[in-house]
Design a protein around this ligand. Sequence first.
Ligand code: SF4
Length: 170
Amino acid sequence: MTEDVITGYSVLAYSVCHREAWLVLRRFVPDRDNSYIELGKFLHQNSYSRKGVKEIELPGAKVDVIWQEGKCTIVGEIKKSSHSVKGARVQLLYYLKILKDLGIEAKGQIMIPKERKKIDIEFNEETSDEIEEIVEGLKELEKIETPPKPKWIAQCPKCGFSDFCWAGEE
Ligand code: SF4
């Protein structure tokens, strides 16, 4: 297992659907024509444009926006709705772990422009353990040769792998 296949996206996917996480680890690409993904891209490009530097790439992380408040570095993750908060939270925690490993103490903020909502996220001992557990789970998942079977969940219609999982199903 190579740590470098683990990304913020795979951490997020693991918290929602292990099949999606397996596909992401194997570098399958979700359907970019999915309208929910299009909406996500639009919001990323058009929200918080004056907030800070946008779209920073680190190994395993594609940070939506990053800015400085006094001595504190804040990493923002832009989401379409509160439905994405669970995944966004662990994705941001993973980014905060990467930054901490690089010697940068940062805080996270989930930003939901359509709902005018912001949720602060802190990386501490407890959340660090939580991320370690997910990383270990991803390492185990990556060893499996075939993807876990699809299970219908609320996320499926919005998922970029929906056609792959459910084509031909009524
Ligand atoms: S469509 Fe559903 S089962 Fe398939 S990867 Fe996405 S969330 Fe998982």
